[in-house]
Design a protein around this ligand. Structure first.
Ligand code: 5GP
Length: 181
């Protein structure tokens, strides 16, 4: 039995499963409008946090898509951003002149978003690059960057669920929750 200092009984629902499901329909529609009709989109799922968001989002897409997965770590095991990005796997095919959608779970300080958008622009020269995140913690931003499209704006709370973890746990929750102080 694992004893965590943040317990599931203390978790409060911030965004319900139903709210997420509804949001993904309009978000997917709006994302697709930013790309040329009928052209294929390379969807880049940023692991591990975006796994549920990304796989649910693409179910609504009508464009032909390719899915790619990269892995970055920024929080380690803490609930505060360490400002210490670790690129674990950035293996990708040639994306030169391709339509690329980067799918992130949450944009917090903006460090990861800046790193990824710079990387894609400089290294891959895509035809079009769109950055989306399910959650936007605008008030925690340290870098001047905004996602092109996002699902929900949230306060500066540490959230878990729907792919987001605390010490590797709670990713499997179908909703987004937080631990009140
Ligand atoms: P940023 O680079 O914008 O500070 O942080 C982005 C990454 O930090 C996210 O992809 C996510 O993995 C992690 N992160 C930021 N805020 C939270 C949060 O509230 N909860 C969890 N579980 N991870 C977060």
């Amino acid at each position: 039995m694992v004893i965590l200092d943040k317990k599931i009984e203390e978790l409060k629902v911030l965004i319900s499963e139903e709210e997420i499901k509804e949001k993904l329909i309009t978000l997917a529609e709006n994302i697709e409008k930013t790309f040329p009709a009928d052209e294929e989109i390379y969807v880049i799922c940023v692991l591990k946090g975006s796994v549920m968001f990304c796989t649910d989002l693409v179910k609504h897409f009508k464009h032909p898509i390719q899915m790619e997965f990269i892995r970055i770590s920024s929080y380690g095991h803490e609930s505060k951003s360490t400002n210490n990005l670790q690129a674990i796997d950035l293996t990708l095919p040639n994306l030169h002149e391709k339509n690329v959608l980067i799918v992130e779970d949450i944009i917090d300080t903006g460090l990861t978003a800046r790193f990824l958008t710079d990387l894609f622009k400089i290294k891959h020269h895509p035809k079009k690059l769109v950055f989306t995140a399910l959650l936007n913690k605008k008030c925690a931003r340290q870098i001047d960057i905004e996602p092109d499209l996002y699902g929900f704006e949230i306060d500066d709370k540490f959230v878990v669920g729907y792919g987001l973890d605390y010490k590797g746990y709670y990713r499997n929750l179908p909703y987004i929750g937080y631990f009140p102080n």
